[in-house]
Design a binder for this molecule. Structure first.
Ligand SMILES: [Zn+2]
Length: 437
């Protein structure tokens, strides 16, 4: 495949009028635009102002919760979880989660995301939806053991055996939901499973203030939690001394600013993590928490909220934050070889239309363009400026310029699924699940 005449964001800067050659899922060549070059799968955007960037990463999701968008807005965290979310989840079956995970991938592909890190139930169906839609994913079963063992860890292990490594697109780990829903022996057992399978754990950690009284980080370290790659969602209520057991470990922070702010849980101390050498990557959480699987918003909030609370406008630059949402995301979620545009890298790419008013007065010819581009990407961009997303060189979203108006939604833009049917299924399911009670 040749993608013709686009601007390309590389580590060295921005190059205009380039052709991208994609072979067997990887970037084979980046070269000056050659109008004579031919390939059966040539894609040309004509003279449009299109920028190719590494596709984004969403490092904390619950994709099966697609049907819960907006069901518990402006509620206290406890009401949100125990009165609104959990009773509805009891009504779910595997097919619901399959359609939810497909729909969530449509939303993420629309926003330029190629990889996500998911925790939910019915994980075989989540993996099937990833296989069918075509994104990359880390998947784990949300595990709780209130009231004794319930077989969920076995279900998680079965999913691992069946799906881990699928087309090099799916990694399966283990998902102890949170220290307040899992006993110590249960967490220790899950850590053992992750060690035995050379996999990872994904957990919610210190999301809300009350968790300070419920468990210590030290006690989790004693259970071996940080001896395996440990994806820790939220980490809002941690102090400097809590980070001691994590230093030099395999702990990775998943930062979800929209969710933390909307549920009034607070602001995570990212500067402390940076000083402690802990990697931080960005996630949205579910649409019940922040109402959109939009990493562009999380990039903006990461940069401006950290500046706002520290009183220092130099912290978390646009370039740093963009890297957290791309290169660092792939690296720490176990997908090396993605996240930058260079020869030999996986073709996990997003294409951005830079034609609208929010991209002016930017000029690619400006000598400062290589540094200014990150400012535009983090502070001015909008998720809906994405016109194409590909995973391993395969389109999962492509808005063609001909036909409907550029801003109109079209189910035809999702080549791997029957998008109209997915939307019908999710709407029907939402009516059934979201009855009160
Ligand atoms: Zn979560």
């Amino acid at each position: 495949m040749i993608i013709q005449n686009v601007a390309v964001l590389t580590k060295e800067g921005v190059s205009t009028h380039q052709d991208l050659y994609i072979r067997e899922g990887k970037i084979a060549k980046i070269g000056e635009h050659d109008p004579e070059a031919r390939d059966p799968q040539t894609i040309s955007f004509g003279d449009r102002r299109i920028l190719a960037i590494p596709a984004l990463v969403n490092a904390h999701t619950h994709t099966g919760m697609a049907f819960l968008r907006g069901v518990a807005d402006d509620s206290p965290f406890e009401t949100w979880l125990f009165e609104r979310v959990l009773p509805r989840e009891d009504r779910l079956n595997g097919q619901d989660v399959y359609w939810g995970a497909l729909f969530s991938q449509m939303e993420m592909a629309r926003y330029g995301i190629a990889l996500f890190n998911d925790m939910y139930m019915f994980t075989d169906q989540v993996c099937q939806a990833v296989a069918d839609f075509g994104m990359k994913a880390c998947v784990c079963r949300g595990l709780v053991d209130q009231g004794g063992e319930n077989g969920r860890a076995d279900e998680n292990l079965r999913t691992f055996k069946h799906w881990h490594g699928y087309q090099n697109r799916i990694r399966v780990g283990f998902g102890p939901h949170a220290p307040y829903t899992c006993s110590d022996p249960y967490i220790a057992r899950i850590v053992d499973l992750a060690k035995e399978t050379d996999s990872f754990v994904h957990i919610h950690l210190r999301e809300s203030k009350r968790e300070r009284e419920l468990y210590t980080i030290e006690s989790l370290a004693r259970l071996g939690l940080f001896e395996v790659p440990c994806y820790m969602a939220h980490c809002v209520h941690v102090e400097e001394r809590d980070l001691e057991p994590m230093k030099g470990s395999k702990a990775i922070v998943l930062h979800n600013p929209s969710s933390n702010l909307k549920l009034a849980n607070g602001v995570a101390p990212l500067s402390l993590f940076k000083e402690a050498g802990l990697p931080v990557i960005l996630g949205t959480d579910s649409v019940a928490s922040n109402n959109a699987l939009d990493i562009w918003r999380e990039m903006l909030l990461t940069a401006i909220v950290q500046k706002g609370v520290s009183g220092d406008p130099t912290v978390f630059s646009a370039e740093d934050v963009f890297r957290m949402a791309t290169e660092d995301g792939y690296r720490w979620l176990g997908f090396p070889g993605s996240g930058s545009i260079e020869r030999g890298a996986h073709a996990d790419l997003a294409f951005l239309s830079m034609e609208d008013v929010n991209y002016h007065p930017f000029s690619f010819e400006d000598p400062c363009a290589p540094s200014k581009i990150y400012s535009y990407l983090v502070y001015s961009s909008s998720a809906k400026d994405v016109i194409g997303t590909m995973v391993d060189g395969r389109w999962v979203y492509l808005r063609r310029s001909e036909g409907s108006a550029p801003s109109a939604f079209s189910p035809d833009d999702f080549p791997t699924v029957d998008a109209k049917r997915v939307i019908e299924e999710i709407d029907r399911m939402s009516v059934r699940i979201n009855t009160d009670g």
